[in-house]
Write a protein that binds this ligand. Sequence first.
Ligand code: PEP
Ligand code: MG
Length: 567
Amino acid sequence: MLKGIAASSGVTIAPVYKYETPELVIERKNADAAVEVAKFEKAVEDSTKDIETIKEKATGRLSEEELAIFDAHLMLVGDPAFADEVKNMITSENINAEFAVDTVAGNYIAMFESMDDEYMRERAADLRDVTTRIKYHICDVKIADLSLINEECVIVAHDLTPSDTAQLDKKYAKGFITEIGGRTSHSAIMARSLEIPAIVGVKGVLSAVNAGDVVVLDALKGEVIVNPTAEEVAKYEAKEAKYKEEVLALKAFKDQPSVSVDGRKITLAANIGTPDDVDGALDNGAEAIGLYRTEFLYMNSQQLPTEEEQFVAYKKVLEAMKGKQVVVRTLDIGGDKKLPYLPIDPEMNPFLGYRAIRLCLDRKDIFRTQLRALIRASAFGSLAIMFPMIATINEFNEAKAMFEEEKAKLVAEGVEVGDNIQVGMMVEIPAAAVLADQFAKVADFFSIGTNDLIQYSMAADRMSEKVSYLYQPFNPSILRLVKMTIDGAHKEGKWVGMCGEMAGEPDAISVLMGLGLDEFSMSATSILRARSIANKLSYAEMQKLSEKAVACNTAEEVLELIHNTVK
Ligand code: PEP
Ligand code: MG
């Protein structure tokens, strides 16, 4: 049995799909030219089939413009001039096919890359992608490709980037296990929104499993069993069925209000990553969208999404929510979220570096495009906008001023805009929490991002399983920062939400309610359980509980206090 961090609840049993691509070592070898030419031709055929399948699977999920990339790849893979050059090299030098492809492609890639034209440099990346696929086919080495999975499996990987997780098809991907990562890494967050069980931070799992092994993934406990016995299979099938029953029973809370026994009303909202997540949010009884992470729109695209593309996505969410509030967060790229088409110079500490609002205030072109799309969409529902990673009041004021400028321009152009767009901010940097009373004078609302707030307060990288014990939402230091934020806002009559993972933590509902949190925004699948808990609590008692909690010494003491108070 292997252990890790349960990142997305559930239990499943399925064969392993190892997501790792072995490195190819390509050397020049003498070989039979006819055999090598045949290998090359077969590899081109197989690569073409791969790309066609990938395109087919992406149809409906990607825009026409994005799908066109695959057409470009198909043209490249079947390019007759390229094929002739490779075949000539094989026959004139009697050498191995992979070496010929590597050499010919390498020359073109180097030439494209040295050009000033950005378009040509991008073509270099396309060519590398396509010819790598051909080389792997020649050498008969399998390229792991999540979008080609067509059988039920549990994916086992060193890590999954957010764009990897975006490719997963729930029909086949029954769960995943990664060697690194913590509860708040974005792959974990994506797993929760996909509603598939996941365990992260399982050291050595890649070498512990072989393709074809079956695993039990118990993401209620964070345990993995490789090749279970028949008895174990039966035991975990029963556990899976019981979990599914519990989830079903919670459906009774779907249309109930979220209110304590003594009448304190809270809002239970959903975090979403794409417009497609809205259905799941509503199905799970979300009263609002408390966090729409717009960076996935950028990450699932091959270039910066246009104002129009963004407008369509935001409008879709606002319309689907039918007047319920939607808090859209402006682009939060950087850290573990990267855009292949927007290279950021390597930094020693990317989570402390050029990201989120810092990048947007520097790349005003990107930021203004997004603001315009949002303001235009505001006519179609109840929109609130918030800025990520605000550290200083000047940053907030500068971002807000750009919002006002774009809004004024659009109004002057005769565009209809919503009459009450709230403009708020994430509180996820300790400096902002400490100065919340001042920020509350300029921001319309706060949303506490505990994923980052905890990593910055504890100086513990949220991606590192080695320091994951410092992810301590119940540490009194964190509770005090949350309290300062809520008190600072309420003093100015502003509301406070929390959209970090802590908001959906069953044990945290009590103490957060007591501290006066107004909105709890979480993975859609956590909402009904949260409502079943909140509706049994007394606000007056929770206020007393939270007073005691902030006076505790350790997270363990706080948890003990909660467990002794909330039965
Ligand atoms: C957070 O930091 O808590 C948050 C909600 O934002 P993200 O997880 O996207 O950084
Ligand atoms: Mg954050």
